[in-house]
Design a protein around this ligand. Structure first.
Ligand SMILES: Cc1cc2nc3c(=O)[nH]c(=O)nc-3n(C[C@H](O)[C@H](O)[C@H](O)COP(=O)(O)OP(=O)(O)OC[C@H]3O[C@@H](n4cnc5c(N)ncnc54)[C@H](O)[C@@H]3O)c2cc1C
Length: 425
């Protein structure tokens, strides 16, 4: 389908990375391009705030679903609610099936530029026993399941295990500066452990001593850098948290606890798990991906073999760890690349490469938060770790700013919070 004679930019995925990229492309390219965005659902889920909402007994489906259709409409970006089924890289086409009602017939759409922002499949279904005995906080369904368990009297006060399954990162095309991670995203386990300890205290059910953090890696949250992790483990140890590292992977989740592939196990009544971030099955083996199925890009977010194909967010191979903050930075880079092609900006401005830094603001309960900003894992020198009430307020304010701007947080959004947190607090 060719909508009109203007070049067509097709964005796949409308959560953090896809929505932001589509909006930045429109801002920078004005009416030089027609833009279409496909997502299976017409709203964004504000994933980082699911734990905060659940521990406050709020339904994340009510508080964290941001409709995207009106926002896109205002940008003159066409939205298709459909399930992407196949990407034909050589033929410049994407096959999809509309998802509003079951029974829709398959269709396809052509593109001049493709932006892949489809995130990843959170592979809970590959963890034996998870469906029956596991909990997590990565979407509204699982958030509400844990909320019902905690606030509905399901939790009986027993031990709690929080941690990750093994992440399988691709190596093909990996730049030398990018380390290999054994867990996809370990900010959430830290945040969940700290805020759940506060929740236990507030509900007179104990505190940090009930909770053991586990990781498949040598150290938890290694991407935050050695200095920060050492400090975190010192603080967490003093608070009473248990800690188990080198678990390798999760073998089995049972009613009694978790068995790991290194032969060890953890007794736990409540098991909160972050799984492997896996590429979608239809991504595997196509000409733009690594052996895992993540899209290979350079630091300008273009695929080296197909420069009209860009990838941002969790579906890009260089996004490690799988952090929304990295996807946001990549969205700006990708939009500038397309704007450069239309002569809207010069190479000097557009060709500033993506430079990763771990940026995380986490809830700790009791209206406090922690702040991590570090690039030492990638060879840099930035290493900031702070805690306090300011960061809790910043976490809430960031979501408000995101909603108010419809996902187009001004480019100063993150630098401003960096300035406040890195220098003034
Ligand atoms: C509990 C938790 C807390 C987190 N906290 C933080 C945090 O504090 N800070 C931070 O930076 N990051 C955090 N993250 C990570 C962050 O959520 C992800 O990095 C971010 O969501 C990635 O954005 P994305 O747009 O690339 O992918 P996603 O958010 O996964 O979005 C992908 C989109 O593609 C759509 N899609 C997928 N497949 C198809 C298909 N076949 N057809 C059509 N549409 C499809 C989906 O519906 C979705 O809208 C957290 C993650 C978790 C689980």
């Amino acid at each position: 389908m060719r909508l009109n004679s203007k070049p067509h930019v097709l964005v796949l995925g409308g959560n953090f990375a896809g929505l932001t990229t589509a909006r930045f492309i429109r801002e920078r390219c004005k009416d030089d391009v027609q833009i279409t965005l496909i997502d299976r659902k017409p709203y964004l889920i504000f994933i980082p705030n699911i734990p905060i909402e659940v521990f406050s007994n709020h339904d994340p489906a009510e508080t964290l679903h941001m409709p995207i259709v009106r926002v896109l409409e205002k940008d003159n970006t066409r939205f298709i609610q459909g399930e992407v089924k196949e990407i034909d890289i050589k033929g410049n086409r994407v096959a999809y099936t509309p998802t509003e009602r079951p029974g829709a017939a398959a269709e396809s759409i052509g593109y001049d530029y493709l932006v892949v922002a489809l995130g990843a499949r959170l592979a809970y279904d590959k963890i034996e026993g998870f469906g029956k005995y596991g909990h997590t906080l990565s979407d509204s369904y699982y958030g509400n399941k844990l909320r019902t368990y905690l606030f509905g009297g399901g939790y009986k006060g027993g031990p709690i295990a929080i941690g990750s399954a093994r992440f399988h990162q691709g190596i093909k095309g990996k730049p030398n500066w990018l380390p290999v991670a054994e867990a996809a995203c370990e900010g959430p386990p830290l945040e969940i452990a700290l805020s759940l300890a506060s929740w236990l205290e507030e509900h007179r059910l104990g505190g940090a001593k009930k909770i053991t953090l586990f990781t498949p890696a040598k150290v938890i949250a290694e991407d935050a850098g050695e200095a920060i992790v050492t400090k975190f483990l010192e603080i967490a140890g003093k608070m009473g948290f248990g800690y188990k590292n080198n678990t390798q992977d999760i073998k089995l989740v049972t009613e009694e606890g978790i068995q790991f592939t290194n032969g060890e196990s953890l007794e736990a009544e409540l098991k909160i798990i972050l799984p492997n971030w896996e590429p979608h099955p239809f991504m595997k083996g196509i000409p733009i991906v690594d052996e895992a199925g993540f899209v290979i890009t350079d630091q300008l977010m273009r695929n080296p073999d197909y420069p009209n194909v860009l990838a941002v967010g969790d579906s890009a191979a260089v996004t490690v760890p799988k952090l929304g903050a990295l996807g946001h930075t990549e969205a700006e880079v990708a939009a500038k690349q397309i704007a450069k092609d239309f002569g809207r900006i010069g190479a000097e401005e557009a060709d500033k490469p993506f430079r990763p830094a771990v940026f995380c603001i986490g809830d700790m309960g009791h209206a406090k938060g922690f702040y991590i900003h570090s690039d030492t894992w990638y060879g840099g020198k930035l290493s900031v770790f702070k805690m306090g009430h300011t960061f809790y307020a910043m976490k809430l304010a960031f979501k408000e700013m995101y909603y108010r701007t419809g996902g187009k947080i001004p480019s100063w959004g993150i630098p401003l919070s960096e300035l406040v947190a890195d220098t003034l607090v």
